[in-house]
Ligand binder design. Structure first.
Ligand code: BES
Ligand code: ZN
Ligand code: ZN
Length: 491
């Protein structure tokens, strides 16, 4: 399906018109009604533009006009969700050609609309053998026209390019996240990144198991010990061409392709969802790809330590003491707290080899953050107030919400070890997402602009796509927005 912009009024075909609840809505309805051959007062009576409200009408020759309600003051996430749900639910009924009338709204709205529509094409049925044909609208013959006001065409064009770039990357990340562990492993993530680097012209280095041993990434290796699939460290570096002294941002993402818990094995109830324990990796790899695609004038390095956490005779055992890349030692109390252990090496590798100006890690790290914030926000952990404020601004803009939790030094007491530099679990069911963050802070070597996002509740969620939790692509829109703010910010 192709998406094009126009400033010419459509004369034929089905039309979708989104409406925002404003003081002038009744007037807009009164002037729309006669154009549809209706008495002036019927629309204002039957349609109030509330969120999720839909009104479908047919013209004399069967032409369909759909009014979509957006509620009052919709933000980007509201546009995205409304369009995603509508297009997902209606996809088999949509004609090949369709116009959306956006003349009453800002051109920037196009980004959320495009992300929503592309998202609505998503399908979880990758492994079903008896698939229905792809819906006509989303097939190659499908054509969507976005009708915008002439004064908004430039903003709409930029929003279309961004929306298309992000959506295309995000859909691939959904497939990687939703793939079961017998269809993906660390090498799958490495192969994806290598192919993406070739396509969008950024450099990718993969450290394989032998190289990890040679360079002594002991923390990542210790988690992978119980698995038959070898671990990797993925390093993706996008450096803009022709930009003098660009800002340099390091992103580190947890890439556990399946988390059984290891010897401290998880209960079976929801263990199948642990194929999604690579939401941090998806956010980081996706962001580097989008930055390269959009040729953003910023230097971005993405590092993903990737492994399975499995059980076997060779698995790391509770009580074992391991040595991380930085040379610091870790006492493993619980092998299910593996994310922080592999991130210790991811962060250590980033700090020692790249010295980024800003260092952000993302991970599906703790059940504790879900206990605190539920499925509505990721935990934000950083001692740096201005970095926190910038990330929260991006969260508010994109609707990928963040809520800040403290990282006071008193919490470090909980993870001091008698025998090693630090232990990986306090042993107490208290403030688990905070002690995990303190563990990471230690391995960021107290980087002055470090932030950790615990996205355990946000990367995999309930949605219209299916009956089970499935991937959201959380973090890419947030990080791209943050990078763009950093580009225009004065140093
Ligand atoms: N991958 C999990 C965290 C998680 C839980 C992600 C639920 C998504 C949904 C992580 O590796 C883990 O198992 N954390 C433990 C840590 C504990 C043993 C200290 C947890 O949070 O229970
Ligand atoms: Zn775990
Ligand atoms: Zn995990």
């Amino acid at each position: 399906m192709t998406i094009t912009l126009t400033t010419q009024s459509p004369t034929t075909g089905d039309l979708i018109i989104p409406f925002v609840q404003t003081d002038t809505l009744a007037d807009q309805m009164t002037s729309l009604a006669p154009q549809l051959g209706l008495p002036p007062d019927v629309l204002q009576r039957d349609f109030t533009a509330g969120a999720k409200e839909i009104l479908v009408m047919y013209g004399p020759n069967g032409q369909k006009t759909t009014l979509l309600g957006l509620g009052a003051h919709p933000k980007q996430m509201d546009w995205l969700r409304t369009f995603r749900k509508f297009f997902f639910d209606q996809k088999s009924k949509l004609p090949a050609q369709l116009t959306i009338d956006l003349t009453a709204v800002d051109g920037a709205v196009v980004e959320g609309v495009v992300l929503g529509i592309r998202g609505g094409s998503y399908n979880l049925n990758l492994y079903q053998t008896d698939k229905a044909d792809a819906p006509l609208f989303f097939s190659e013959t499908g054509a969507l026209t976005l009708y915008v006001k002439a004064s908004e065409i430039d903003d709409a064009q930029n929003a279309l390019v961004r929306g298309e770039a992000i959506a295309q990357t995000q859909l691939q990340m959904l497939d990687l996240m939703n793939a079961p562990a017998n269809y993906k492993n660390p090498q799958t993530l490495a192969d994806w990144t290598v192919a993406s680097g070739h396509q969008y012209n950024y450099s990718v280095t993969i450290l394989d198991k032998a190289e990890l041993e040679r360079q002594k990434l002991g923390a990542l290796l210790s988690v992978s010990q119980g698995s038959d699939v070898p671990p990797v460290l993925i390093i993706a570096e996008y450096k803009p061409e022709g930009v003098e002294n660009p800002r340099k941002v390091g992103l580190v993402g947890k890439g556990v392709t399946f988390d059984t818990g290891g010897v401290s094995i998880k209960t079976s109830t929801n263990m199948h969802l642990m194929k999604s324990d690579m939401g941090g990796a998806a956010a980081v790899l996706g962001t580097v790809e989008v930055a390269a695609k959009l040729k953003l004038p910023i230097h971005v390095i993405g590092i993903v330590p990737s492994t399975e956490n499995s059980t076997d005779g060779r698995s790391t055992k509770p009580g074992d003491v391991i040595t991380a890349y930085s040379g610091k030692t870790i006492e493993i109390i619980d092998t299910d707290a593996e994310g922080r252990v592999i991130l210790a090496d991811g962060l250590g590798y980033m700090v020692r080899n790249f010295q980024p100006e800003v260092l952000i890690d993302l991970a599906t790290l703790t059940g504790s953050v879900i206990a605190a914030l539920g499925y509505h926000a990721a935990g934000l952990f950083t001692p740096n107030d201005s970095l926190a404020a910038q990330l929260i601004e991006s969260a508010n803009q994109t609707g990928e919400q963040l809520w800040r939790l403290p990282v006071w030094d008193v919490y470090l007491e909980d993870i001091k070890s008698d025998v090693a530099d630090l232990k990986n679990y306090s042993g107490k069911p208290l403030a688990g997402s905070i002690s995990a963050a303190k563990f990471l802070e230690f391995f960021s070597e107290k980087h002055p602009a470090w932030a950790h996002l615990d996205i355990a509740g946000m990367a995999f969620a309930d949605s219209e796509f299916g009956s089970q939790k499935n991937a959201t692509g959380f973090g890419i829109r947030l990080l791209i927005d943050y990078l763009q703010r950093l580009i225009v910010e004065k140093r």
